[in-house]
Design a protein. Structure first.
Length: 226
């Protein structure tokens, strides 16, 4: 069967699995970390949990994490995964990521996220958003963005997430992204470190990349090994 490049995970993590994945990518939840959690799958799953299930703690942690670690996010992969979110969840989740794109637009890769949502602004809180905005203003990270977030609703504390140096020591793919940049190649290299027996097709599927890139990574690793 010919290789078909996957766009997104067939099943995003939820519940304890999601908590372990978030801990694995450096969010300080009380859970045993999944040290090989896929970064973008975890970010998208966390945004669904936060926006569709009104978990402000997860949203606060996710937003803080992005402020610290966004240089090492594969934005092409993230954009594809957000576009694949189910229709019933899409508006609030896409409004969040469009707002993140606006906030982090100095990193030009993130500007592509702005187009994920074109509708009317959406209030973060089911009730009282306008009141809180009048009283305290908007969260400066989301000011004027599609998702209206009052100031002081989302805690922003650096201690809630690992530093880049700490995460690079604990998470294989993140470490390779620091070395190579936030690319599919970096994730493939990390996957081969974990399991050198992966075929090129299996490696490409696992990293959501192209078969050509996976073949080249396997070739390069074999070259170094020889």
């Amino acid at each position: 069967m010919a290789y078909k490049r996957p766009v997104a995970s067939a099943r995003l993590p939820r519940g304890d699995e999601l908590t372990a994945a978030m801990a694995g990518i450096g969010m300080n939840f009380a859970a045993t970390p999944d040290a090989d959690a896929n970064i973008e799958d975890t970010l998208v799953a966390a945004s669904v949990e936060a926006l569709e299930r009104a978990d402000l703690r997860v949203l606060a942690m996710l937003t803080t994490w992005l402020g610290v670690h966004h240089p090492w996010v594969n934005v092409d992969r993230l954009s594809r995964a957000v576009r694949a979110v189910g229709a019933c969840e899409a508006d609030r989740v896409r409004a969040f990521w469009a707002s993140v794109g606006r906030w982090l637009s100095k990193d030009r890769r993130f500007a592509r996220l702005i187009g994920l949502y074109r509708g009317q602004p959406i209030d973060l809180l089911p009730t009282g958003t306008a009141f809180h905005v009048r009283r305290a203003g908007e969260d400066e990270r989301f000011a004027g963005a599609p998702l209206r977030v009052p100031a002081n609703v989302l805690r922003d504390r650096a201690a809630d997430v690992l530093t880049p140096a700490e995460l690079a020591r604990r998470h294989r793919a993140y470490r390779q992204r620091v070395l190579m940049g936030p690319t599919y190649r970096a994730d493939m290299w990390a996957a081969l470190e974990r399991d050198p027996s992966l075929s090129a097709a299996a490696l490409a599927r696992q990293a959501y990349g192209s078969f050509a890139t996976a073949w080249q990574v396997k070739h390069d690793r074999a070259l170094l090994g020889s």
